[in-house]
Design a protein. Structure first.
Ligand SMILES: [Zn+2]
Length: 483
């Protein structure tokens, strides 16, 4: 009736399927950049540095070479003799079951168990980078639950580890786009505890967040229960009445708005990552993977993109910004006095001025630049009232992004050029890729692996304006397509 956390016996049984999952359920996800290293400590008696490498675990860097201490190694510290002590943490996916002490002697190539009589130095407080100052980017640690040997919950053909990783990567992409979009006003510095199907222990997730000096820790999970009728969304913090609880309430409200799932409410729990992170931490249970109706949402790439956006909105609100869907691309190639024909500069990030609008025509991209959930649209405003507009795509930029003179404007997108479609402007605006239309990634033949593409709008304009040409162009917009 009231589903609780999965029993550890289920996690153990499911871990037997981890190998099969790694080969199949993550095949659609492209490998992400890995290896971001966080320095944790310097050996006081030797030129060695301890680093935590995202997706690759704890390692000691020496002049003579690197010693890998393992993915599950945690709580590492040097003693006065320069020996490195650390612990290996065993957990069931949420709760720590046991810890083992290990020691690496000076110059040794592999760690060993301590002999009887040897005692580890006390565990000091977690190392922590300085917190971000007021006005600096918010530092967010995104924690996709499970991964690697631990697939998490499994149901309806879905693996929790893959579902939550996909949501986390989309959240990362949206936060990056938000940082690049000056209209939103929010800026984010991000760390993912994993960006691939990697095994990362609970203790190590906390170490990563603490070493990163995160302002907030956002863990993303999917729920499961033996009764398939159990369904809905719930969001956790360790305690009520805290900063974490305030963020938890925003996430819960935005998730319900995005998915219209059953409201199971906001809750408290002593989950390992909520207790052992040094900053306000939340844990989202998006929906039940064991419920057929919830699983349809968890399995839909568009729904997962909306879940990511719900978390984006919650974070924006939590930090005092107005919820803002960031522009999907980065504008470039603006019309200036120096570059536009006849000195007809545009303004405000647009192309060159035209006969109807001294500000020039402005192109922007909205929606999700995700191939699996492409909702990208290209909108051009500031056009002559009823002109014909041709949207096109290039694989490169012209003149390093500055553009080259073309008609009454600048040509910004170059390389292999594809015409995406023409539209008739109404009231000086036109859109390509609206609801129900062919997707931009389809007409642009963007490969399955994604990649960088550049967009621009060409439009008819009066022959009597500036040069004898009868056309002008907008600014360019660069879009990074993700799988
Ligand atoms: Zn989980």
């Amino acid at each position: 009736m009231h589903p609780g956390p999965r029993p550890s016996i289920v996690a153990f049984a499911l871990s037997l399927f981890a190998g099969a999952c790694a080969a199949t359920c993550l095949a659609a996800l492209a490998p992400q950049a890995v290896g971001q290293a966080l320095p944790l400590a310097r050996n006081p008696v030797a030129p060695e540095e301890l680093r935590l490498v995202v997706d690759a675990g704890l390692r000691l860097e020496r002049r003579a070479g690197t010693v890998d201490l393992g993915l599950d190694a945690t709580a590492a510290r040097f003693d006065a003799a320069g020996r490195l002590w650390f612990e290996r943490s065993l957990d069931d996916g949420r709760v720590e079951l046991a810890r083992e002490s290990w020691v690496l002697d000076l110059g040794a190539s592999a760690p060993r168990r301590p002999s009887s009589g040897e005692t580890a130095p006390p565990r000091s407080a977690q190392p922590s980078a300085p917190r971000s100052a007021f006005g600096a980017p918010h530092r967010i640690c995104i924690d996709p639950g499970h991964g690697g040997a631990d697939p998490g919950a499994v149901g309806n053909g879905l693996f929790e580890e893959a579902v939550v990783l996909d949501v986390a990567l989309r959240l990362r992409d949206l936060l990056d786009l938000d940082s690049a979009d000056p209209l939103g006003g929010s800026s984010w510095t991000l760390l993912l505890t994993r960006s691939t199907d990697a095994s990362v222990s609970l203790a190590q997730r906390c170490d990563l967040a603490n070493a990163f000096g995160a302002d907030r820790f956002v863990s993303i999970h999917a729920n499961a229960f033996s009764d398939p009728q159990a369904n809905g969304t719930e969001t956790y913090s360790y305690l009520n009445g805290t900063t974490a609880a305030a963020l938890r309430e925003r996430i819960q409200a935005r998730m319900l708005q995005a998915w219209n799932t059953t409201d199971r409410g906001v809750k408290t729990a002593g989950f390992y990552v909520l207790v052992n992170t040094a900053m306000p931490a939340t844990l989202s249970e998006l929906a039940f993977i064991s419920n057929p109706s919830d699983a349809q949402l968890l399995g839909s790439s568009l729904a997962r993109a909306n879940a990511a956006r719900a978390h984006l909105y919650a974070l924006q609100e939590h930090f005092g910004a107005t919820p803002h869907a960031p522009a999907a691309g980065t504008a470039f190639c603006f019309g200036t006095v120096a570059t536009c024909p006849c000195g007809n500069a545009g303004q405000g990030g647009a192309g060159c001025a035209n006969s109807a609008n001294a500000l020039g025509a402005k192109l922007r991209a909205d929606g999700y630049p995700f191939l699996a959930a492409d909702t990208l649209s290209l909108s051009c405003s500031g056009l002559p009232a009823t002109t014909v507009v041709l949207f096109f795509q290039g694989t490169a930029t012209s003149a390093g992004g500055a553009g080259t003179v073309f008609g009454d404007g600048l040509r910004c997108a170059a390389g292999t050029v594809l015409r995406l479609g023409t539209r008739q402007a109404t009231f000086g605006s036109a859109t390509l890729g609206g609801p129900g239309e062919v997707r931009v990634s389809t007409s642009g033949a963007v490969p399955a692996a994604g990649g960088l593409r550049h967009y621009q709008a060409w439009y008819r304009n009066a022959a009597s304006y500036c040069t004898a040409s009868t056309f002008n162009l907008s600014n360019g917009v660069s879009v990074v397509w993700r799988p």
